[in-house]
Design a protein around this ligand. Structure first.
Ligand code: G6P
Length: 368
């Protein structure tokens, strides 16, 4: 398979910029546009009303997509979700219930721990769905239902477009589950479908902030540690932002649920530590802003990623604000991850790192 970088310097840059297109393609595969409803490409061999709990398992970036999934399934379908990294799930002897649903998220479909977790769940009599990017992969072959991401080949070791496509597929499954369980009315489903249709153009609009992020990368590149904070669905994004930065720039970074700041990481904060705060103007905004103020009071350099409303509400002298387009609250992770990807990418370039092939990392980890 020959994939080239087109006019980009790195595969990662190309893959970041492909997101409006591939996320749109993925959505098109899951939506009946005329009926304004979600239509999964495969019929599921179970009823969501018979499911008591969903067990989501994945590794790395895919596990952060799984964490976002927990918020969506719980809120839209009122279905409890357990999410764990595959290397823990496979050995922790969780009390699985026969007939419940296990979802495995993997770009490659070959990650050894995720595959082992799939085999384990199957052996326990669970229904299995895999959300994979490679439809010929082992995980795809061995799962009961495959719900593909249509990201196209992802070459950069640091996952970008696979992540946003995973989120799109999960959003579709969560809406379908909510409908089947009677948690979403027809009107609510139509509204959510319209919000999903808006995501690819919102990603495209967000990519336009790249020059601002590139400038900001100069400050990040001088730092030894960077902290990322967010609440709700922005909390797994904080972890994904930190992972992206550390894996390709080798700068130490930590992602935290913003409310946990005071329970430890605040001890790290001084004027040398940039703190990236992910805070769309949603029902948790005020809470996140108060955590941000705690950081600012200790001299931390706040970089606030928000929308126009958030920027005006949180106006404080010393912070850098990155203003993203306005959008409804539910599906913000697919848009708010874009500046995090761009920040990691531009910082890594300034550090002279090998962006597409970071040291010690493999694209697909097929050993335990
Ligand atoms: C490796 C890659 C990560 C990826 C993880 C899971 O560690 O470097 O980018 O998130 O594996 O891979 P998968 O193919 O299962 O999504």
């Amino acid at each position: 398979l020959l994939v080239n970088k087109a006019n980009y310097r790195h595969f990662m840059a190309k893959e970041i910029h492909e997101q409006p297109e591939v996320v749109g393609q993925t959505l098109a595969h899951y939506v009946d546009m005329a009926g304004e409803r979600i239509e999964l490409p495969s019929k599921l061999p179970f009823d969501f009303n018979a499911i008591q709990r969903i067990w989501i398992t994945a590794c790395g970036t895919a596990s952060y997509a799984g964490q976002v999934a927990k918020y969506w399934f719980e809120r839209l379908a009122r279905l409890p979700v357990e999410i764990d990294v595959a290397s823990e799930f496979r050995y922790r002897e969780a009390p699985l219930r026969k007939g419940d649903l296990a979802i495995f998220i993997s770009q490659s479909g070959e990650t050894a721990d995720t595959l082992a977790a799939l085999r384990y769940a199957k052996a326990q009599g669970l229904h299995t769905i895999s959300v994979v990017n490679v439809s010929t992969s082992t995980i795809a072959r061995e799962s009961e239902v495959v719900l593909p991401t249509l990201a196209g080949p992802e070459i950069g070791v640091a996952s970008t477009k696979a992540f946003t496509c995973q989120l799109m597929v999960i959003a579709a499954i969560a809406v379908a589950a909510g409908r089947e369980r009677g948690e979403l009315s027809k009107i609510e489903e139509i509204k959510l479908v319209h919000e999903l249709i808006e995501v690819p153009p919102l990603i495209a609009a967000t990519l336009a902030i790249e020059p601002q992020i590139e400038k900001l990368a100069h400050d990040i590149a001088k730092s030894r540690d960077v902290v990322y904070l967010g609440r709700g669905t922005s909390s797994p994004l904080a972890m994904e932002g930190a992972l992206k930065l550390k894996e390709i720039s080798y700068i130490h970074a930590e992602g935290y649920a913003a409310g946990e700041l005071k329970h430890g990481p605040i001890a790290l904060i001084d004027e040398t530590v940039p703190v990236v705060v992910i805070a769309p103007y949603d029902r948790l905004f005020e809470k996140t802003v108060s955590n941000m103020q705690e950081v600012a009071a200790r001299g931390g350099n706040v970089i606030l990623i928000t929308d126009a409303k958030g920027a005006s509400e949180a106006a404080m002298g010393s912070i850098v604000t990155i203003v993203l387009p306005d959008m409804p609250a539910t599906f913000t992770p697919m848009v708010y991850v874009i500046p995090l990807q761009l920040l990691a990418y531009h910082t890594a370039i300034l550090m002279g790192a090998d962006v597409d092939q970071p040291r010690n990392l493999a694209k697909s980890v097929t050993v335990e």
